[in-house]
Design a protein around this ligand. Structure first.
Ligand code: UD1
Length: 450
């Protein structure tokens, strides 16, 4: 083993969880990752200053900061706020090493192209949960008059002609892709005339992006419905905007309450964004009480089997599938979970099986027979929401769970360990892997068990 590979291993933190603790108290939900990423890309549209509040502290957000900085933007983070100055865009090519690490970085293509007349963005490449092509983004931009050449792994998009504006048109999306809807909506804000996006994604993050663009002076109607109409304007202006709460983080904490048989109160949330998640939780057994306009409380109850199928919003979110699968491993009876959005989003199954879960996968279906308890085990996180599912399973399991590859978790959860500790979970991050025996015998370890 080389010196450098040793140090990489030593730097890899693991999360150690002792399960079966009751949780209680309030969890503060951070700003939505997926909104924040799209809105940061949207800052490219505006030559004035963008002040964003409620931006979560996440690895993906830091990557987007790096990508925007590489294009010439000046960005300062102060706590949960970002000051973005996009007066001078000095580069129109995003760096491959950053784009390849995060698919959402491809979403800069729309705002960059419509503002600068040119954008060179590397194809984001494969991803742990499926192939995730960008054909809908590209076809939509072409329909608006962009010339697109895909060469050497880079999507090179240009606006021809003297006035360098995209031209509004009617675009039908074959699938209501969140990213494609966002790319095209942003591109249309500065286009000439009217753009109509049919079969648009209705996710709350699309509405948040539309509201952000409208606050800069864009003219967008219908965000949150299947048809979005954008009337192009010549320029956008400075804005101060606050990101919505993260419905996936909130959903994950609701499952944390259900799986540990604990009462938790979450704040702030937008309850309508959680409707399908709350409906499924109620079908499984726990009570979910909406308190006022922005708080939700989970009250535990015995778990019973339920079928779930992931769908575009307002259907059940694919980003909550893994967490619910962890919950259903402990529900009495047989459940079927069907993943329809991504083709390879069941990689958590093998890890849950290592904890004693009874799950069979057939194509896009997982058949889960509930077991009375899970047992802690060493596990490897495979993608962002799969890691959250393993944390949840670890919180419910007998004994100790150790989760490796935490960089997946850190992409999308703002201080998950700290928030769980605050409500009584027994878990901690250990900087180096070590062997399992070493971990079991450490003195600190036994203190944690008590
Ligand atoms: C966004 C979310 C992600 C969530 C997903 C679905 C962000 C940063 N990420 O991802 O957390 O899981 O929505 O709710 O917002 N597709 C195509 N061609 C395209 C685009 C998409 O075939 O051009 C397919 C994808 O492969 C996938 C499906 O459409 O099977 C949905 O993808 P999409 O809605 O685009 O997801 P993202 O925007 O990448």
């Amino acid at each position: 083993m080389t010196q450098s590979s040793i140090s990489v291993e030593e730097n890899q933190a693991v999360l150690e969880i002792y399960g079966r603790s009751k949780l209680s108290g309030e969890v503060v939900i951070s700003g939505a990752k997926n909104s924040a990423l799209a809105i940061m890309a949207g800052a490219l549209l505006c030559p004035g200053d963008c002040h964003l509040d409620n931006v979560p502290s996440l690895a993906d957000i830091e990557k987007m900061v790096q990508i925007l900085t590489s294009l010439g933007l000046e960005i300062v983070r102060k706590g949960q706020s970002l000051e973005i100055k996009a007066q001078n865009i000095t580069e129109v090519q995003a760096p491959y090493d950053l784009v390849s690490q995060m698919r959402a970085s491809f979403f800069v293509i729309g705002p960059l192209l419509t503002r600068m007349g040119v954008a060179h963005i590397p194809l984001p490449g494969g991803c742990a949960i499926g192939a995730r092509p960008v054909d809908l983004h590209v076809r939509g931009l072409q329909a608006m008059g962009a010339e697109v050449i895909i060469e050497h792994g880079v999507v090179q998009a240009y606006i021809k002609g003297n006035n360098k504006r995209l031209v509004g048109t009617k675009i039908y999306l074959d699938y209501p892709s969140v990213g494609a809807t966002e790319t095209l909506m942003m591109a249309a804000t500065l286009a000439e005339g009217e753009t109509i996006i049919e079969n648009a994604a209705c996710e709350p993050e699309v509405i948040d992006l539309a509201n952000f663009c409208a606050a800069m002076g864009a003219n967008i109607q219908g965000a949150g419905t299947k048809t979005i109409t954008v009337s192009g304007v010549h320029s956008l202006h400075s804005v101060k905007y606050s990101i919505i709460p993260d419905r996936i983080e909130a959903g994950t904490f609701l499952v944390a309450g259900a799986i540990t048989e604990s009462e938790l109160s979450l704040f702030p949330v937008i309850p309508e964004h959680l409707a399908s998640v709350i409906a499924k939780l109620k079908a499984i057994g726990p009570k979910v009480v909406i308190e006022g306009v922005n708080r939700v409380r989970i009250i535990p109850a015995p778990l019973k089997a339920t079928d779930i199928e992931t769908l575009p919003f307002p259907g059940f979110p694919t980003d909550m599938q893994a967490q619910f699968m962890a919950l259903l491993t402990l529900a009495e009876g047989n459940s079927i979970v069907t993943e329809t959005v991504f083709e390879n989003r069941m990689r958590h199954v093998a890890e849950l099986q290592r904890m004693g879960a009874n799950i069979r996968v057939k194509g896009s279906h997982a058949i889960i027979q509930g077991v009375p308890c899970l047992g802690g085990a060493p596990l490897i996180a495979t993608d962002l929401r799969a890691s959250a599912a393993l944390v949840l399973a670890g919180l419910a399991a007998e004994g100790k769970t150790i989760i490796q590859s935490l960089h997946h978790l850190d992409r999308g959860y703002d201080n998950l360990d700290g928030k769980l500790q605050k409500v009584g979970a027994r878990l901690r991050r250990i900087p180096s892997v070590g062997t399992e025996n070493q971990l079991m015998s450490s003195e600190e370890d036994s203190a944690l068990v008590r």
